[in-house]
Design a protein around this ligand. Structure first.
Ligand code: HEM
Length: 154
């Protein structure tokens, strides 16, 4: 198999695991297990960082894709996919800053003796969190189309 196709297959599996961790994290916080939610979401964030580091090495050793061989549909899908990944990074990063702002607050500790977090902090954590998860799902769907095109051309 072509080394680039192999690399993107691994990246697709990685994004799939990120989406699974995000859904598991949502289920965990809904049943009140904040610590498990934190671990799942930070696990997903670590996999995103691992992908970004691997992408630098991919560019250095395997180079860029030759988009002149791609159909317009696949190029447009790639641009949309890149936008989804950027949205996932920005929204996920913002959700993390709002999670930090909940430190020592009862929403995070589940201890009624602790002070409540600002409602805006909780609201923005939810909004940014759902935006990041939604972007990751769209990112995975569009990555599937990109990969299908790569397999068809190889
Ligand atoms: C980028 C990573 C993260 C994402 C995408 C994310 C996403 C979400 C989402 C979507 C919810 C709402 C769940 C629902 O109401 O159905 C939520 C709630 C929550 N998250 Fe996160 N989260 C992330 C990281 C963290 C971290 C690191 C913590 C630290 C403990 C945390 C603490 C919480 C808490 C305490 C709630 C519940 C707030 C409440 O309604 O009382 N999250 N998160």
């Amino acid at each position: 198999m072509d080394a680039k196709v192999l690399y993107w297959t691994g990246a697709f599996v990685n994004l799939g695991v990120i989406v699974l961790l995000a859904f598991r994290g949502i289920a965990q916080v809904r049943r009140g297990d904040v610590e498990a939610h934190r671990r799942s979401m930070l696990g997903g964030a670590a996999l995103i960082v691992a992908f970004l580091v691997s992408y630098v090495f991919k560019l250095a050793f395997l180079g860029r894709e030759d988009l002149s061989l791609w159909s317009d549909l696949h190029v447009n899908n790639l641009r949309f996919h890149e936008t989804c990944v950027l949205a996932m990074l920005l929204a996920g990063g913002f959700a993390l800053t709002r999670a930090r702002a909940m430190r020592g607050k009862r929403e995070r500790s589940r201890d009624p003796a602790d002070p409540p977090a600002s409602p805006a902090v909780v609201r923005w954590h939810h909004r940014a969190g759902f935006a990041a998860v939604g972007a990751s799902v769209l990112g995975l769907l569009t990555a599937g189309l990109i990969l299908a095109g790569m397999y068809a051309r190889s």
